[in-house]
Design a protein around this ligand. Sequence first.
Ligand code: 13P
Ligand code: SF4
Length: 351
Amino acid sequence: EDEMCAQRIIAAKKNLGKRAVILAHHYQRADVYRHADLTGDSLKLSFLAAQTDADYLVFCGVHFMAEVADILSSPEQVAILPDLAAGCSMADMANLSNVERAWREISEIINPDETITPVTYINSAADLKAFCGEHNGIVCTSSNASKVLQWSFKQREKVLFFPDQHLGRWSGHQLGIPLEEMPVWNFDEPMGGLTPEQITKAKIFLWKGHCSVHQMFQPQHIIRFRNQYPDGIVISHPECNYEVCKASDYVGSTEYIIKTIAAAKSGTRWLVGTELNLVSRITEEFKSQGKIVQFMSPMVCMCSTMARIDPQHLAWTLENLVNGNIVNQIKVPLEEAKQARLALDRMLKIS
Ligand code: 13P
Ligand code: SF4
């Protein structure tokens, strides 16, 4: 049945020709990834979505990625998410009303519009990117977060960073900001659970959000590996917690992880702290070059929402396009898209 589904995808793709392009994130499952025309991390896929002139951008990723593809492509192009239930649990940890309330509450102590640059991780809904667009803020991805923070501190003295506290903390740490000056804004409590003094002193307000996949990686996994393989090298995604990042030799986005191991010498052994589909793929890929690539956790850490994009949904989506039906279109409202684009364009310009 799997092979039949693959054949349906191949046939529909052939029929659509250049009218459709399939984009896939590195975390996509192997049986979908193999059909992709374009692959990358979130930043690379944003650039690719902005550049393609296909009519249909079929996005094998999660909801916010398809939104970004819609925002960055031209109005006639159509962005499609093969399963609308493919969300990102981290993106759901920040919403516009929580962020607007934080902005209002902070304004009781300092004027945020004069002192704070809002920075949203690309893993967020389009209305949050629009919020950043309106408030002279910016978007970042895991590959440019430190650079984006540097830009932000040139605009204003403080940053409100959402939704991923770990990416915010690690990137702030890289700029030399002490941990005490990066308190977490807990949106479940009045004033984010912070004292007026903490608010005045803060350089970066982090957000109470995290990735449920990357939170599974723990420092003891690294300690165990290093004990067993003293020459082993550890590489992690910055969505991992601070202790894991600190204990790693390299920290970076999915694209960075792949490139770093690709450039390494034969005979090296790697422990990788990121999603399982990616690690399994590169374990196979680099085996022939004599590199050993191991997954960091003894548990299965998969992005289950990204995995909702399966061959069945992809085949169904493409066959509908062949028949002239657009299914599962992702369309960001025009005004919101305009504001979100401001924040995205600021990022693309400095990346
Ligand atoms: P990158 O694509 O920037 O590596 O981020 C990983 C991720 O979690 C995407 O949601
Ligand atoms: Fe979201 Fe985590 Fe999945 Fe990335 S890996 S899409 S951050 S849930």
